[in-house]
Ligand binder design. Sequence first.
Ligand SMILES: Cc1cc2nc3c(=O)[nH]c(=O)nc-3n(C[C@H](O)[C@H](O)[C@H](O)COP(=O)(O)OP(=O)(O)OC[C@H]3O[C@@H](n4cnc5c(N)ncnc54)[C@H](O)[C@@H]3O)c2cc1C
Length: 459
Amino acid sequence: MNKNFDAIVVGAGQAGPSMVQRLATAGMSVAIVERHLFGGTCVNTGCTPTKTLVASAEVIHQARRGSEYGIRIEGPISADMRAVKARKDRIVGTSRTELESWLREMNNCTVYKGHARFESAHELRVGDDLIAADKIFLNVGGRAIVPEMPGIDSVPYLTNTSILDLEVLPRHLLIVGGSYIGLEFAQMFRRFGSEVTVIEKGPHLLWREDADICGAIESIFANEGIIVRTEAECVRFARRGEDIVAGVNCASGEPEVVGSHVLLAVGRRPNTDDLGVEKVGLKIDARGYLEVDDQLRTNVPGIWALGDCNGKGAFTHTAYNDFEIAAQNLLDGRSRRVSDRIACYGLFIDPPLGRVGMSETQARASKRRIRVGQRPMTRVKRAVEKGNSQGLMKVIVDADTNEILGAAVLGPGGDEAVHAFLDTMSARAPYTTLRDTVHIHPTVSELIPTILGELQGPL
Ligand SMILES: Cc1cc2nc3c(=O)[nH]c(=O)nc-3n(C[C@H](O)[C@H](O)[C@H](O)COP(=O)(O)OP(=O)(O)OC[C@H]3O[C@@H](n4cnc5c(N)ncnc54)[C@H](O)[C@@H]3O)c2cc1C
């Protein structure tokens, strides 16, 4: 059946549904097409399930540490993986169904369940339907990469999607990839009771961060008995009976590790290979990301790309900000731009890392004169009181302009505390504004003015 709309949104991820609501509320007729699960990666196989599991892992970890706090817990403490999964499924399921019902009940909105593929610049085929609109918003997201490593096809492997269906505890989980996704799974499964080895080809875990941050994360992992094999330059796999052998060829240590399960966490690729982009001349880069300008317009008039598929961000908050930029420029006469966004993200291990702006390494590479303030969590009273004083906080300031260039807070509540830096940067206020602000005692955030008052440099 042929049907015309004012706008079509492809993908019900983190930008699409909000875009539909803005357009529909403005009186436009809108179609949204979703081929799989409403809520996309974040709700179904990303943020929500992992943070739900991280919460279960934190509870078991704290239960085991009960005696350190003077709390007696009788009997063995173990994870009931079926119940852990059931809790996660309940929370994910509620989010997904609420989103789907919201869209289905929305005025001016038609929901299509199926795969959308371009027929022309303004037409998409969804099963037997051909739908058309002058404005098309692509919010197709991405999926896990399965790298071409020798032997990978000879072993069963897990991705961030399939590992969420496990109802048994892996005896020994091998995780390939020491970045954000891999590290969250590493710590949670270790806490549930698995042996865990992280295999990373770089020189450190999360090696794009400053060396002091990487080092602190490695020591948090070492304290929990997580094995880390860095400089694994030649990873390969083979079966040995029930086990999986991973060859790692690291500079030191055993050349192979033996585990029961393998998780691949080595990056993601955009879902642009099955969209028919070639039919309409949509430009994609060498890695498959849709090319967009600073306002998220593709090279084809009337087509925008929002979220992970444009390669400008890889987070839920960046996808949502893409929606805000496109919607406000189109409907509110604004001229918001992606380049105004300050980079920020969290690593949700325990304690979590909150990051904004440049790392110290990036700031030095930019040839600015910088000043640096830092403090270990052992000197943050709230962290000590909570019994979680691993990590550190640091801030980098431009010595000539007094601008905050970047910050990291690795410690209890670090994912929340870092927003003080982010908001000051966003307000374009000098660091002295934050330095002179009174923060609540006793919090991790109260040391932020302190480290800004103790800056070293210029360096
Ligand atoms: C394990 C994991 C943990 C994460 N944790 C965090 C976190 O804590 N914080 C954070 O900010 N980010 C996190 N992320 C990243 C976050 O999930 C993504 O950045 C976010 O979901 C991107 O949203 P999106 O709307 O661009 O795409 P998606 O959420 O991927 O949505 C795209 C949707 O498009 C649909 N689709 C694709 N192609 C078509 C087509 N041709 N026709 C119809 N429908 C189509 C898909 O089915 C999907 O539903 C995590 C990711 C992973 C994998």
